[in-house]
Design a protein around this ligand. Structure first.
Ligand code: SF4
Length: 335
């Protein structure tokens, strides 16, 4: 799937005469933020879960891996990644020569945090002792570079099924870190997986009871949910799709109402790119907005400051980068 492209995407070569940075306040209109970045050779990327203003500031909008690949293709010398930390790390892995920085270094991820590298290494050793064979570790891309480095192959929500199906059945498979995505993979592939007990704090809170109320209020609506949602929510949905699959479906469908079970800012992108449908956000059990609190740490002001200061930087030590890149390359071979 092609990421959204805002104007002025390609001209990211550093300009010698960019001049001194203007005063930081107020943040200008998105096209001026983008122009400022372009003049300084900075490629701005925004995940689809970022607020609309940040999406409008970006040269490209997409999911984490497609953005990282886009940056590598563009041969960007500097990347400002509006997303969470593991996404910026993935961009750094695929563009090792680029300077990578983010609006807020504290923008982490509950799912990535649920799988620490030292715990994974200990569990892999335990499984090897118990099973007499080292399992193949498949890591969903929503994990740290250190966890990627311990993994045999990476996957996205869009290609996870293909990756698992392509693996030989001579070794057990350990799937990390999302237990809901892993459970869905077991259902659709029929393969038995050993699941890490992690979850996304946004998707885990979708409630099947409120979803059913919404469905009753919108008869005929099409329900789409992310595979990071719990099984009862997935089972009550018409389609279980990653963000790229959702976007493709809403673009090819005309005049429908969609009930959407994923992070709330995704609806901004749907309304922009497929305005001919209606979109209703599925609420969570305890929060009506379904916005990711980590993504929300990135603000227009922090982006504007990061573009001026080219900081805070995200780096991946080479001893982690090399094995993590190998796991990413294995994904490209298998998908
Ligand atoms: S939506 Fe979930 S998986 Fe995505 S960054 Fe937020 S906590 Fe992590």
């Amino acid at each position: 799937m092609t990421p959204t492209t805002n104007p002025e995407p390609a001209s990211v070569a550093a300009a010698d005469d960019a001049g001194p940075a203007p005063a930081l306040e107020p943040v200008p209109e998105p096209e001026d933020v983008r122009r400022f970045a372009t003049e300084r050779g900075i490629l701005v990327l925004a995940h689809s879960y970022q607020e609309g203003f940040l999406q409008e500031c970006a040269h490209f909008v997409g999911d984490s891996l497609e953005l990282a690949r886009k940056a590598a293709e563009a041969d960007a010398e500097a990347i400002c990644f509006c997303g969470v930390h593991f996404m910026a790390e993935t961009a750094k892995l695929l563009s090792p020569e680029a300077e990578v920085f983010v609006p807020d270094l504290d923008a982490g991820c509950s799912l990535a945090d649920s799988c620490r590298a030292e715990d994974l290494a200990a569990y892999q050793a335990h499984l090897e002792r118990k099973l007499g064979v080292r399992p193949t570790t498949v890591a969903y891309v929503n994990c740290s570079a250190a966890v990627k480095a311990l993994s045999d192959v990476i996957c996205t929500s869009g290609n996870a099924r293909r990756i698992v199906e392509a693996l030989p059945d001579d070794r057990p498979i350990l799937f990390v870190p999302d237990r809901h995505l892993g459970g869905w993979l077991q259902e659709v592939t029929g393969r038995e997986l050993i699941l890490w007990n992690g979850a996304c704090s946004v998707h885990e809170l979708f409630s099947v009871d409120t979803l059913k109320e919404l469905q009753a209020a919108h008869p005929g609506a099409i329900t789409i949910s992310h595979p990071e949602c719990p099984k009862p929510v997935r089972d009550a949905s018409d389609h279980v799709l990653g963000t790229a699959g959702m976007l493709a479906l809403v673009k090819e469908t005309r005049g429908a109402t969609f009930i959407v079970g994923t992070e709330g800012n995704m609806l901004y992108r749907f309304r922009k790119e497929a305005p001919w449908n209606e979109y209703v956000a599925a609420p969570g059990a305890s929060c009506a907005c379904n916005l990711c609190p980590f993504m929300q740490l990135n603000t227009p002001e922090k982006l504007w400051r990061a573009l001026h200061e080219r900081a805070p930087r995200v780096d991946v030590p080479e001893e982690l980068a090399a094995p993590a890149r190998r796991a990413l390359e294995r994904m490209l071979e298998l998908s």
